[in-house]
Design a protein around this ligand. Sequence first.
Ligand code: HEM
Length: 155
Amino acid sequence: MKTLLVASSLLLVLGGALAPREVFAPAQQEHAGQSKGEHTPLEERMHVMEDQLKALRRSLRDPSRVVDSLASLAKFQEAALVAKSETPRMSAKVPEGERAKFVSDYRREMLHALELSLAVERALLDGKHEEALVRFEELRNLEDPAHSKFTEEEK
Ligand code: HEM
C-alpha cells in the first residue's frame, strides 16, 4: 500500500512537471503537420474574433444595445488575448534569423487590436457612442493589412 502511495505521488509530481510542455507541444506539431481543411488553434480564435466583430457591427448601430456590444467585446478580447500568444503558421516559412522579429511583430499587432477593442469598450462605458464607432472602424481596418503581413495569401 505504501509503495503504491509513493508510486502514485511520484506519478503526480512527474505529471505536473511534464504538463506545461505537453500543453505546448501538440499545438506546435499540429501546425507543422497541418493538412488542408483543418484549423489551427489560432484560426479558431480568429473565427471567434470575426463572429464577434460582425455582431458588434450590428449592435453598435443601436445605442440602446450597449449590453450586447459589451458582451461581444468581452468575447472578442478573450479570443484575441489567447491568439496573441499563438504562433502564426507562416512563421515556419520565415528565415530563421527573422523569425523572432516576425513573431514579436505579430504579437505587437495583436496587442494593438486588443487595445482598440478596449478603447471601444471604454467609449461605450463613458457613453461616447461616436468615439466607439471611430475606434471600432480602426479595429476593423487592422484586419486586412495584418493578414497581408502575417498570413500566406492563397495564390
Ligand atoms: C481585427 C480583426 C481580425 C479578424 C476579424 C480576423 C479574422 C481572421 C480569420 C477569420 C482567420 C482564419 C482564416 C481561415 O480560416 O482561413 C484569420 C487568420 C489569421 N489571422 Fe486574423 N483577423 C483579424 C485580425 C488579425 C490581426 C490583427 C492579426 C495579426 C496581428 C491576424 C493574424 C492572423 C493570422 C496569422 C492568421 C492565420 C492563422 C495561422 O497562421 O494559423 N489577424 N484571421
